[in-house]
Unconditional design. Structure first.
Length: 217
C-alpha cells in the first residue's frame, strides 16, 4: 500500500520538491498528501499547489502558546491520516506531547554532522571552528532538539574561501539527495526507530545503525 506523507515547511520547500519529484518518478513508493506551513505566503506552498497537493497554513503567530499551536497542528496532520511526517525546514521547536504522538514516524533534516552544531547558524559555526568537513544529517525526531537517532549523513568539504552561503549551497545539494532516500526507506518499511527505557536507535533492514547513521566512516 502506498504510504501517505505529510510535509511540514516554513520556507521555500526545496526539500519538499525533492520528495515530490521522487514520489512522482517512482523512486519513493509513497505520495505527499498534505503540506502544512507555519508561515503564510512561502514558496513551498506554491510548490504544493503546482503539484495539486492539499496545503494549508497554521500560523504560529496567532497562538498564545506552543501547546495550543501544536494541538491544532497535530489535529491538521491527523486529518491526512499520514504514515510518515517529514519536517522539511520546519522552523519550530515542538512540544514533548506533540513529539510523543508521532514518535517513530517523524523525521527531520538538519544542516550539520550531528551531534555537532545543534540549533541554528550551523554553516557559519563550522567555518568559525575551522572545520574542513561539514554536512547534513537526517534523523528521527525525539523530544531532544536535533537529538534523535541519526539515520543518514552526507559530508561536504569546507574551503578556506567559503562564506556561509557557499557552504549552505553545497549542503543543500546533499540534502536533496539523502532526504528522499530516507523517506523511501520508510515507505518500504525498511527503516524503524527502536525505543527502550532510556534511549532510541535507528534500525535499517533489521540492523541497528551506528551513532552517525548508515554508512558512517
Amino acid at each position: 500500500m502506498t504510504k501517505r506523507i505529510v510535509v511540514l515547511i516554513s520556507g521555500s520547500g526545496s526539500n519538499l520538491q525533492a520528495i515530490i519529484d521522487n514520489c512522482q518518478n517512482g523512486s519513493i513508493d509513497g505520495a505527499v498528501v498534505g503540506v502544512i506551513s507555519n508561515r503564510p505566503d512561502v514558496y513551498g506552498l506554491e510548490r504544493a499547489t503546482s503539484s495539486e497537493i492539499a496545503n494549508q497554513v497554521i500560523d504560529h503567530k496567532v497562538y498564545g502558546s506552543r501547546e495550543d499551536y501544536d494541538c491544532d497542528l497535530a489535529r491538521a496532520i491527523n486529518a491526512y491520516q499520514p504514515d510518515i511526517i517529514v519536517l522539511a525546514g520546519f522552523m519550530r521547536i515542538l512540544t514533548p506531547a506533540f513529539v510523543q504522538q508521532f514518535q517513530g514516524k517523524m523525521v527531520n533534516i538538519h544542516p550539520s554532522l550531528l551531534p555537532k552544531y545543534q540549533g541554528l547558524n550551523t554553516h557559519q559555526r563550522a567555518i568559525d571552528a575551522g572545520d574542513d568537513v561539514h554536512g547534513v544529517s537526517v534523523h528521527f525526531v525525539t523530544e531532544e532538539l536535533d537529538g534523535g537517532p541519526v539515520i543518514l549523513q552526507a559530508k561536504v568539504p569546507v574551503f578556506d574561501t567559503d562564506t556561509s552561503d557557499d557552504l549552505a549551497a553545497r549542503v543543500h545539494q546533499q540534502e536533496h539527495r539523502i532526504y528522499p532516500l530516507v523517506v523511501g526507506w520508510m515507505c518500504q518499511n525498511r527503516l524503524v526507530m527502536v525505543q527502550d527505557s532510556d534511549s532510541s536507535t535507528a534500525k535499517l533492514d533489521d540492523v541497528i545503525l551506528p551513532a552517525q547513521g548508515y554508512a558512517a566512516d
